[in-house]
Design a protein around this ligand. Structure first.
Ligand code: M6R
Length: 606
């Protein structure tokens, strides 16, 4: 939540900051602002406004010769969406931007008498006031003294009056990456998409370390003042991955990227036709002695985990529990040292998942992260990590991340099945051969995009929608319903098809959309009966199935056929349809699917 960017170097800062903020807008888009050393002197100027980055650009001067500045795009936590609450915040000699939450801001206000300094309702301004109170002319000493007083999560970029050309940064939990190039100067941001045009090498700012950036160098020290050498990483995706490349929205671009994303996830992890994670540094020993599994995640990642659970439990008989990360943290964990804990997260920074992982590590040494963003906190803090290599996912609504997470769960399940002797190499070789066909399965679904677009005209006026299915299709339904909710604002629920008649069917009325998924052979006829039950009560039924012979109007209004693949793989086809239904319904309602209201991509607040 919130995107921050900073630059000091050999170019005009404003253009770099505005372009960086536009790339970070997925992290928050209710207000935006920049601050810079005016004419490179020691006066700091600010521009900020409620609204999007384009609204900020409209109030910026066309020419701005400053080569040092910071910028912020906000997702409101403390205080409404107003100009005053937008970042940067200035108190006395200090101007700063912040991502995170200062939990003890009330206490700090009274303890340090800061009330007179405050004009906004934000916790961030309290932090600015405290830095200012502690400021003795030496930024590093000030940060060292002030940072231990904060309780909460933070990534701060700070500029101090009388220190033109310098940016200071410090963080706890909230992500921040930085880079320096001789040619351009020093960059810092919540995420490297903000400056990837300038540098493919970057480092993660370590927690509780102070970064000092000038146009000639970057200096990193710990809170004791000891110099620390940054550990540089290399971006493994191309700049174009962070652009729309001709698509109207990132979401539809990312839907189309799924075949290649799956190839990158499973390619290199199937050796001798069997799953293999040795290239990831995860040997078979790690999978030995696993008695049960707990999957921890949030949102879409959790729904991918649910598909994984049904797959692993049904195919290999290994008990799997799926925990909502934010709940797991406050429940009594039923895990032992024989439990494998799998934390799934696209960003690797979701605070609830990260804290749940930290708790799980007290009980087991078998924590495994499935993460997309290289070097992220969840990846670094797990005992083992498997990167999904999907490339940057920018749209708030997760699409390609889900498919690669499911594919990874299948690989992990098969590995566990083999290591525990619950399956045979022959069976797994057949399964792997079919798994390799998933990119083509997805490609074939992308060819019915215009058909899906047309049918969503019946969805745009709906107030409610239902997704139903059994077994894997039920777990998939939850993801389908979440996609529709978050970008079209239609209330959508997923139900196990057999459960409807125990109450929910009372909600089915004339024209209510029901997306019915019927790909699982052993329950196919039962799902069809359940569908007839809702159809008979007036539902508008969109059926997703492999059955080429459906013509019966008593079953559905629209039939979207998926390829005749093995049941476990049908989820990859059906999810693409669900993603497209959500996308085109959102478009049909005149909404921006990339920036749904109230949401942000990376949820780094509790
Ligand atoms: O980065 P993560 O995978 O940990 O994020 C988890 C959820 O916040 C995320 O999947 C969210 O539910 C998406 N907006 C769903 O599209």
């Amino acid at each position: 939540m919130c995107g921050i960017v900073g630059f000091t170097g050999k170019h005009e800062a404003q253009d770099i900051l505005l372009a960086g903020l536009a790339r970070l807008e997925y992290r928050g888009y209710d207000s935006a602002g920049i601050a810079f050393f005016k004419d490179n002197g020691d006066h700091i100027s600010m521009r900020k406004t409620a609204g999007k980055v384009k609204d900020l650009a409209a109030i910026c001067d066309e020419e701005n010769n400053s080569t040092c500045g910071i910028g912020h795009t906000r997702w409101a936590t403390h205080g409404g969406v107003t100009n005053a609450n937008a970042h940067p915040h200035r108190v006395g000699s200090v101007v700063l931007i912040h991502n995170g939450i200062i939990e003890n801001y009330h206490e700090l206000v009274s303890e340090y008498g800061l009330q007179k300094d405050l004009v906004s309702e934000t916790d961030t301004e309290v932090a600015a006031a405290l830095f200012n109170k502690m400021y003795n002319g030496d930024p590093i000493e000030t940060i060292k003294k002030t940072v231990p007083l904060f309780v909460g999560s933070f990534a701060f970029c700070i500029m101090f009056k009388s220190h033109p050309g310098e940016i200071y940064a410090v963080r706890n939990v909230s992500p921040m990456v930085a880079a320096f190039t001789e040619k351009d100067g020093a960059f810092i941001a919540s995420d490297l998409t903000a400056f990837v045009d300038y540098s493919k090498d970057y480092f993660i700012v370590p927690e509780y370390h102070i970064l000092r950036m000038t146009q000639d160098r970057i200096e990193l020290t710990d809170l004791e003042g000891k110099e620390v050498k940054p550990e540089y990483l290399k971006v493994d995706w191309d700049v174009s991955a962070a652009e729309k490349e001709g698509y109207d929205h990132f979401m539809i671009k990312e839907i189309h990227e799924q075949p290649n994303a799956i190839i990158r996830t499973i390619g290199g992890r199937i050796h001798g036709d069997l799953p293999d994670f040795k290239d990831d540094g995860v040997s078979d020993d790690f999978f030995e002695g696993v008695r049960d599994i707990t999957i921890i995640a949030c949102g879409t990642a959790m729904y991918a985990g649910m598909v994984g659970r049904t797959f692993i439990q049904n195919k290999f008989g290994i008990p799997v529990n799926v925990a909502i990360a934010s709940e797991f943290r406050y429940e009594r964990p039923v895990i032992t040292d024989e439990t494998m804990v799998i934390v799934i997260s696209q960003s690797g920074e979701t605070i609830d998942s990260l804290e749940a992982l930290r708790l799980a590590r007290k009980y087991t040494k078998k924590t495994l992260a499935i993460v997309n963003v290289k070097g992220s906190s969840i990846a670094r803090e797990s005992d083992a990590v498997l990167y999904t290599h999907a490339g940057p996912e920018i749209a708030v609504a997760s699409t390609k991340a889900y498919s690669v997470q499911v594919a990874m769960m299948y690989l992990i399940g098969c590995k566990l099945g083999l290591v525990s002797g619950r399956t045979t190499e022959a069976e797994m070789k057949e399964f792997m051969a079919d798994l390799k066909k998933v990119p083509d399965i997805i490609k074939s679904m992308l060819t019915i995009e215009s058909k899906v677009d047309k049918l969503t005209s019946r969805m745009t006026n709906a107030e409610h929608a239902f997704y139903i299915g059994r077994e894997l299709d039920y777990t998939l339904s939850m993801e389908g319903a979440l996609k529709l909710k978050e970008i079209s604002y239609i209330h959508a629920e997923a139900y196990a098809a057999g459960e409807l008649k125990h109450g929910t069917i009372a909600l089915i009325d004339e024209g209510v959309p029901v997306i019915a998924i019927a790909s699982q052979s052993d329950v196919y006829s039962k799902v069809i009966s359940n569908i007839r039950e809702v159809k008979a009560r007036g539902a508008y039924v969109i059926l997703i199935s492999k059955d080429a012979k459906i013509t019966d109007e008593s079953v559905c209004d629209v039939h979207l056929q998926i390829p005749k693949v093995r049941d476990e793989l049908a989820v990859f086809a059906s999810v693409v349809i669900c993603q497209m239904i959500a996308y085109y319904t959102s478009i049909g309602k005149g909404l921006n699917p990339d920036q749904p209201r109230n949401l942000a991509k990376s949820v780094t607040v509790e």
